[in-house]
Design a protein around this ligand. Structure first.
Ligand code: AMP
Length: 276
C-alpha cells in the first residue's frame, strides 16, 4: 500500500492503475464497518483507494472536529492488506487559500441530519465531489449507517453526471446491536451499555411494522417509547420517512426509512433501519 498526501502524487499513482478503481472515503479511526466497505471494494475492483480526511467543512462550530479521534498508524496497518493507495490530504490540500466553490443538494438535505447540523451536507457533498474528481473511481463505497448521506450522494451523482456507481453497504454492528462508529470510543461503560437502546428501539418498531402496522405516527411512538425507557438517552429526532425523498410519512405505503439521532451525554449517535 502506498500513502500519498499531495494531489500530484495522488494523480501519478492513479494514472498507474489499469482496470477498475474502487474508492472508500473515510474520516479515519477505522473499525470493522469501514473494513466491510474496503473488503467489498477489494472483491469488486482491480484497485482500492481509501481516502482519510477529517473534513472540517462538514463539522458545525460546536461539533467535535478538534477532538475527533485520530490514529493514522493503526488505520494504515488495518487497511494495508486490502488497499493499494491511501490518500490522506491535509486541509490545505483540499481547501487551499482562496477556496470558494461548493456543491449543494437541495430539498433532501433539509430534514433529519440536515435540520440538526446546518451546513453539514454542503461540506459532505463538496468534499465527496472533490474526492471523486481527484480519484476518478469506477465505484465508490458508502455505509447504510449514514442513510441520509448515502441518499444525498446518490442524488448528487445523478444530478451532476458523475460517471461512477455508488455502492451502499449494510451497517456493521457490535454483537449487542450497537452500530459501529468512530464516535463510540467517547462512551463511558455505562453509556456504552445504554447505547443499545437505539437498536432496541428500531427493532421494536420493525416488529410492529411486521405485525402489519402502517401508521407512521404509531411506529414513531414505539421508537420514542423504547428510547424513553433509557434514562441516559436524550433523543434529538425520531423519524419514519419516505425512503427516496426523506419526507416524514403519515402512512407507510412503499419503502420507508426509520432513523434517529440520540445523545448519550455529549456523544451523538445515529442509527437507522429500512422497512419494505
Ligand atoms: P466515517 O469515517 O464515519 O465518515 O465513515 C466512512 C464511511 O464508512 C461512510 O460511508 C460510513 O457510512 C461508513 N460507515 C461508518 N460506520 C459504519 C458501519 N457501522 N457500518 C457500515 N458502514 C459504516
Amino acid at each position: 500500500m502506498r500513502t500519498v498526501i499531495d494531489l500530484p502524487d495522488l494523480r501519478s499513482s492513479r494514472l498507474s492503475f489499469t482496470g477498475t478503481v474502487g474508492l472508500v472515503p473515510t474520516m479515519g479511526y477505522l473499525h470493522e464497518g469501514h473494513l466491510s466497505l474496503i473488503r467489498r471494494a477489494r472483491e469488486e475492483c482491480n484497485h482500492v483507494v481509501v481516502s482519510l480526511f477529517v473534513n472540517p467543512t462538514q463539522f458545525g462550530p460546536k461539533e467535535d472536529l478538534a477532538k475527533y479521534p485520530r490514529d493514522l498508524e493503526r488505520d494504515s496497518n488495518l487497511i494495508a492488506p486490502y488497499t493499494d493507495l491511501l490518500w490522506t490530504p491535509t486541509a490545505e490540500v483540499m481547501y487551499p487559500q482562496g477556496y470558494q466553490t461548493w456543491v449543494e443538494v437541495e430539498s433532501m438535505t433539509r430534514p433529519l441530519e440536515g435540520a440538526m447540523r446546518p451546513g453539514h451536507f454542503r461540506g459532505v457533498t463538496t468534499v465527496v465531489a472533490k474526492l471523486f474528481n481527484a480519484v476518478q473511481p469506477h465505484k465508490a463505497y458508502f455505509g447504510q449507517k449514514d442513510a441520509q448521506q448515502a441518499a444525498v450522494i446518490r442524488q448528487m451523482v445523478r444530478d451532476l453526471n458523475f460517471p461512477l456507481e455508488i455502492v451502499v453497504c449494510p451497517t456493521t454492528r457490535e454483537p449487542d446491536g450497537l452500530a459501529m462508529s468512530s464516535r463510540n470510543v467517547y462512551l463511558d461503560p455505562e453509556q456504552r451499555k445504554a447505547a443499545t437502546v437505539l437498536y432496541r428501539s428500531l427493532s421494536a418498531a420493525k416488529e410492529l411494522y411486521e405485525t402489519g402496522e402502517r401508521d407512521a405516527e404509531k411506529i414513531r411512538s414505539k421508537m420514542k417509547e423504547v428510547l424513553a425507557s433509557e434514562p441516559l438517552a436524550e433523543p434529538q429526532y425520531v423519524s419514519c420517512a419516505d425512503y427516496d425523498t426523506l419526507a416524514e410519512l403519515d402512512e407507510i405505503k412503499g419503502k420507508a426509512l426509520l432513523s434517529m439521532a440520540v445523545f448519550m451525554g455529549k456523544t451523538r449517535l445515529i442509527d437507522n433501519f429500512i422497512l419494505g
